[in-house]
Design a protein around this ligand. Structure first.
Ligand code: NAD
Ligand code: ZN
Length: 341
């Protein structure tokens, strides 16, 4: 299946197909210097499979995990690109999850003021969400995605067969963003989560999620209006994500999608729908509640870069498949969190 992101001069195709990674050469010009960026947690064969199709490739492997979205690792990637003598006509290919995509995309966007970039996402989260839309970034300390750019890829290759090696919890984590899409705009997709065989229908789930994100990005490439919808569940979700729980001597962290799942629940205005969503979470193995400290979550939300001037815009879902943006005083988040005044 092929989808086209229609953004005028910056338009590109999204290829969704089992085995597409092996056939990248059919869709892209690989007769130039190619930096294939991956991380140590991604099975090395995927990057190798891409490199094997190129005339002159260099595989750049960064450490696994969010910590690689740093200025230090960014600099090291850029230095390796320079050592490889890459020029303006050359190409960066990301093979990995959202960490690799955000890092490699940002590197491509600033190297020689911007060179071609292709994204090959290998996690559900990156297939459904981060690989399309053109947002790239690294973190500064604890502040996520604060340095970045809008840089659209030339091509996105979604090969669901790479998900076979993804740990189950990561796999489900990414699907939370797809549940988000279904609640905002696709009741049939929601029905798959309620009744379908998730693994059997993963292609359809990815396709419908991509179609949703494509329509939003096409309407609002640089996040001025419509794209706000994608923040559904993210205001409280980011608050939960920022609070690192400590149980005994162990740090217990929830993944991004798990936090978003929790953050969506209070934004659903129909009790009946809330109940159905909880049943879907139970079915998938997403968290229904967590022992998070609401005071700490609230304090984190006050620091949110989107909560300026005492007001914050949240996305609410009044019923399945519809949403609206509402600007509320930040104190309103206390009520949504179910806190006493
Ligand atoms: P990730 O990139 O860290 O990948 C999760 C883990 O899975 C990693 O340890 C990785 O090594 C491993 N992995 C990846 N593919 C694998 C495979 N096929 N088999 C086995 N292991 C595999 O995490 P993620 O959830 O993909 O992405 C999270 C990042 O995405 C965050 O940094 C977030 O800020 C970013 N993000 C960006 C956007 C955007 O629009 N740019 C949107 C959402 C999220
Ligand atoms: Zn998200």
């Amino acid at each position: 299946t092929k989808l086209t992101m229609n953004l005028g001069e910056r338009s590109y195709d999204i290829i969704l197909k089992n085995g597409a990674l092996e056939n990248l050469y059919q869709f892209a010009r690989l007769d130039r210097r190619v930096a294939v960026v991956t991380d140590a947690g991604v099975p090395a064969e995927y990057a190798q499979r891409v490199a094997d199709q190129c005339r002159d490739a260099k595989i750049i492997t960064v450490p696994q995990g969010e910590a690689s979205k740093s200025m230090k690792i960014l600099e090291s990637v850029l230095r390796q690109m320079l050592e490889f003598n890459m020029g303006r006509g050359d190409l960066v290919i990301a093979v990995g999850g959202g960490v690799v995509g955000d890092l490699a995309g940002f590197a491509a966007s600033i190297y020689m003021r911007g060179i071609d970039f292709i994204n090959c996402p290998t996690t559900t989260l990156s297939m459904i969400d981060s690989s399309i839309g053109g947002k790239t970034a690294v973190d500064l300390g604890e502040t996520k995605n604060i340095v970045g750019s809008f840089w659209q890829p030339k091509l996105v290759i979604v090969d669901p067969s790479t998900l076979a090696t993804l740990p189950r919890r990561q796999y489900i984590n990414g699907l939370a963003e797809s549940v988000k899409a279904s609640l905002l705009a696709d009741p049939e997709l929601f029905a798959i989560f309620e009744k379908g065989d998730i693994d059997e229908q993963i292609g359809e789930i990815i396709y419908r999620s991509l179609r949703f994100k494509k329509s939003i990005v096409e309407q609002d490439e640089t996040e001025r209006g419509m794209r706000k919808a994608l923040n559904f569940g993210h205001t409280i979700g980011h608050g939960i994500e920022a609070v690192k729980g400590v149980r005994g001597r162990r740090t217990v962290g929830l993944y991004h999608g798990e936090c978003v799942a929790l953050g969506m629940l209070p934004m659903i205005e129909s009790k009946a729908l809330q109940k159905r969503v909880r049943a879907v979470y139970r079915r998938l193995g997403l968290p229904l509640r967590t022992a998070y400290n609401k005071d700490k979550v609230y304090a984190e939300m006050l620091h949110d870069k989107k909560a300026q001037g005492g007001q914050i815009t949240v996305i609410k879902v009044p019923g399945l498949g519809c949403w609206r943006a509402e600007t509320i005083p930040v104190e309103g988040l206390r009520t949504l969190l179910g806190m006493e005044d």
